[in-house]
Ligand binder design. Sequence first.
Ligand code: HEC
Length: 211
Amino acid sequence: MTAFSKFAALAVAAGLAGALPVAAAAQTATKPVDPAVVDAYVKATFGKAPPEWQARIVPDETLQACNKYHNDVPSAEADKIMARELAKVSYPADGKFLGDWKSGAKIANNGRGGQFSDKPDTVSGGNCYACHQMEQKELSYGTLGPSLTHYGKDRKYAAEEIKRAYTKIYDSQALYACSNMPRFGTNKVLSEQQIKDILAFLFDPESPVNK
Ligand code: HEC
């Protein structure tokens, strides 16, 4: 599977389908694409997916706003998006944010899940390396997002930074309207425990991210 199709599958899983035709169009055309053409294209491709998947193609209120402004939303609209998405974040009931970094390392490097060809019991990964550098020894990573190497160490392992990163992973748009990063918790790509494990990968002093 190519890196792009991996990303495309993840983007659909995360409910970002609307962002793809815009990005593709930006590379090939200078004149605006008729939204009806985009809708027809999405319907002709993803429209063949099983009926229970169809809901994932429909953009929610936030994605509709991002699509309307080609991700460049006015600041009043950005504030509304961030408030709406922040309200969707569910924090751990036990107040513990950090799980097991070894399991987090595997989840961060797993791009499976959310694909038509997956068996129903496939557990989704976070595919973080598609967009971020994390531990230094991993040579294969994308650069759409910033490098997360030494993430916890650089932030002195501070409690408010851990909470902020949880919020970011749970719902990226709670902190940055129209972010290109999937909303992993809100869109149920990752469980709360998986997010805790990834947080430990970012914030445990023993994690290779911080070496
Ligand atoms: C499709 C690309 C993409 C994927 C996949 C992705 N991210 Fe991101 N991420 C971004 C982008 C772009 C930014 C910067 C813009 C923003 O803040 O939204 C970002 C920002 C972040 C930040 C904030 C960085 C800072 O400056 O403090 C963290 C933390 C983060 N991502 C963690 C993760 C983790 C963990 C995963 C995997 C579970 C992940 N990301 C998956 C694109 C992605």
